[in-house]
Design a protein around this ligand. Structure first.
Ligand code: 2P0
Length: 314
């Protein structure tokens, strides 16, 4: 039997991706920068089968996103019928980037199981065919995804030991979001009058973020990451009908981060297409950030992560 297992971690964007290239659904319209996490992990086993089957956390499902990926991957890379069994140690589809770790693990496992022998660029493409952000989980540390790059679209900016930041996730609602990122960003592109400004601003934020990371300049990174995140949520809110991913606990956790900043702590927030708040901070203050977020009203629980590595084959 042909079988392989691979693991990958989610990544959290410091400069966000929200919008596809209209001519290439596997490429974003803007560049983005992320940090790959440790602790949160998706592990996926693939093997050949008489028909496609998908099991998520032990339950057989029909997952439209995986079915779409299979159809694309079959056409482009000649995948046979496969059984996919995938498990994550964190909630799926709730703004914790489970599709990024999921499709990164799936691409690596499929490449291994079926001897596709893809180079890094093709392997990233296979991951991006599931979710664009999965391309960023193909590497550890600090990663950029630049659709206009003359070199690799996905590249590592720095390995994880360049800057051992921590990230505390304040989980305010672990249930699945109602509007997927794919449909949300299509709505923003077609209905928001802010969309063209978002594209221009994100290009600037991308360059600023890369400079802040290179210098390990926390105040500069904090300012650009919070600003870019808030611009993405303004874009979401300006879509018609509006996209509101926040819960009351999301705002309360943002306030907690703001109070900790006033106390002089190196911490900033970022929020994705879901209600969880991610607080990046220096390692010295991670425990106090976690304690304060844990007692914030509306926060269900917290998870404390470091910067992690790229995918691994078992
Ligand atoms: C990001 N997000 O840069 C942004 C911020 C969500 C908000 O990448 O349509 O699951 O599958 O390419 O990759 C989530 O979008 O979307 C995402 P598709 P994906 O992290």
């Amino acid at each position: 039997m042909t079988e392989a297992t691979a693991s990958a971690h989610p990544n959290i964007a410091l400069v966000k991706y929200w919008g596809k290239n209209p001519d290439d659904q596997w490429l974003p319209i803007t560049p983005s920068v992320s940090a790959t996490l440790d602790t949160l992990t998706t592990t996926t086993t693939v093997r050949d089968a008489s028909e496609d089957r998908v099991t998520l956390d032990g339950v057989e499902v029909h997952d439209a996103k995986i079915a779409h990926w299979l159809a694309q991957a079959r056409t482009k890379f000649g995948l046979p019928s496969i059984a996919i069994a995938t498990e994550s140690n964190f909630p799926a589809s709730s703004g914790l980037a489970s599709s990024a770790s999921g499709f990164a693990a799936l691409a690596v496992a499929a490449n291994e199981a079926f001897g596709l022998d893809l180079d890094f660029s093709a392997l990233c493409e296979l991951a991006r065919m599931g979710s664009v952000s999965a391309g960023r989980s193909m590497l550890g540390g600090f990663v950029r995804l630049d659709p206009a790059s003359n070199e690799q679209v996905v590249a590592q900016l720095h390995p994880r030991d360049h800057w051992p930041l921590r990230m505390v996730v304040a989980v305010t609602d672990p249930t699945q979001k109602r509007i997927s990122s794919t449909s949300g960003m299509a709505r923003s592109a077609s209905t928001s009058s802010y969309y063209s400004s978002w594209i221009v601003d994100t290009g600037k934020d991308y360059r600023e973020c890369i400079a802040a990371l290179a210098d390990r300049d926390f105040p500069r990174l904090s300012k650009i990451a919070e600003s870019n995140c808030c611009k993405m949520h303004a874009l979401m809110l300006s879509s018609k009908p509006p996209l509101l991913y926040w819960k009351p606990g999301t705002l309360a956790a943002m306030e907690t981060v703001g109070k900790l900043q006033e106390d002089g702590l190196d911490v900033f927030f970022t929020i994705d297409a879901g209600p969880q708040v991610k607080a990046f901070c220096s390692p010295e203050v991670a425990d106090i950030v976690q304690e304060e977020l844990q007692v914030t009203p509306g926060v269900d629980h917290t998870i404390n992560c470091g910067i992690g590595d790229g995918p691994s084959v078992h």
